[in-house]
Write a protein that binds this ligand. Structure first.
Ligand SMILES: NC(=O)c1ccc[n+]([C@@H]2O[C@H](COP(=O)([O-])OP(=O)(O)OC[C@H]3O[C@@H](n4cnc5c(N)ncnc54)[C@H](OP(=O)(O)O)[C@@H]3O)[C@@H](O)[C@H]2O)c1
Length: 266
């Protein structure tokens, strides 16, 4: 069963996958699990030392090639640095996972920081999608995963701008999945709930109804759902919350409830 899955996965999404935000959290897990399926990897993030360590680890433990691209995805010309590392290879899977979050009063965040978040969470995935998505449609196969968030399903006070960037990713994935299906390219928005990573380390989420999940399970859910669904939320509790939010509550009620939770986190 696993061998069949791996063969199909390699055939559809190989030979190379590019993972952004590979230096920690969910991105590192994506890289490990993709290496385990035999895909060669391009690892993208700013911290070069982390990428080098991960490259060494993956090359030692799996029979794959790994390249690193230490790049700040908010730099206006970041794509030219990524192209230097990828122009001679076929990237069949784009995992657009790097992201940043701001929790607190919207107006207390600097405009500069909000613009940076828009650059990283919205602009960079769009640039990567245009570049690699076109090549995938020319080859007639491939996959794109966006790490969005459950917060992308609702207006979320105290994570107002962050949730809005994730709503953009959700809507984009849904539209693009439809457009690219006939071209052989699968698109998925992964919508994690709270996950135990550097991003959540400095906040107190004890008032939240759901527990923090491990990044292993979050990445595994995405790889399992790619090609089968357009939206994927890891975890039973998170899916139950999605169900209540969608079918039993109004958008206004969701926002009010999450506003209450989020206020206690910072
Ligand atoms: N943790 C959660 O509860 C949760 C829930 C829902 C969705 N998510 C989403 O999951 C994704 C991964 O986050 P995570 O939880 O794994 O957090 P994380 O451990 O903080 O990882 C964030 C990754 O993004 C990279 N990154 C940040 N700024 C960058 C920049 N300017 N240029 C290039 N890379 C940059 C970081 O690497 P460098 O610092 O080395 O650049 C790091 O590898 C994000 O999109 C996040 O919004 C997380």
């Amino acid at each position: 069963m696993r061998t069949k899955f791996i063969q199909k996965f390699q055939q559809k999404y190989g030979p190379w996958a590019l993972v952004t935000g590979a230096s920690s959290g969910i991105g590192t897990e994506f890289a490990k699990q993709l290496a385990a399926t035999g895909l060669n990897l391009v690892l993208v993030a700013r911290r070069k030392d982390r990428l080098e360590k991960l490259k060494q680890n993956l090359e030692q433990n799996y029979n794959v090639k790994v390249r690193i691209a230490p790049v700040d995805l908010t730099d206006p010309d970041f794509i030219s640095r990524i192209r230097k590392v990828t122009d001679d290879i076929d990237v069949g899977l784009l995992v657009s996972n790097a992201g940043m979050m701001y929790i607190g009063h919207y107006l207390d965040n600097s405009l500069e920081n909000e613009m940076k978040m828009i650059d990283l969470n919205i602009k960079a995935p769009s640039i990567l999608t245009h570049h690699f998505g076109k090549k995938m449609t020319e080859r007639g196969k491939g996959g794109i995963i966006y790490t969005a968030s459950m917060l992308g399903f609702m207006g979320t006070p105290y994570a107002t701008a962050y949730a809005a960037t994730k709503a953009y990713e959700v809507a984009k994935a849904e539209g693009l999945a439809y457009e690219l299906k006939s071209k052989g390219v699968d698109v998925l928005a992964l919508n994690p709930g709270l996950t135990e990573t550097e991003m959540t380390a400095n906040y107190d989420f004890s008032a939240m109804p759901m527990k923090l999940m491990k990044p292993e399970k979050v990445a595994r859910t995405a790889l399992h759902c790619l090609g089968r669904r357009t939206l994927a939320t890891p975890g039973k509790m998170n899916n139950m919350m999605n169900f209540f939010a969608k079918h039993l509550m109004s958008r206004q009620m969701n926002t009010k409830m999450f506003g209450g939770f989020m206020k206690k986190t910072f």
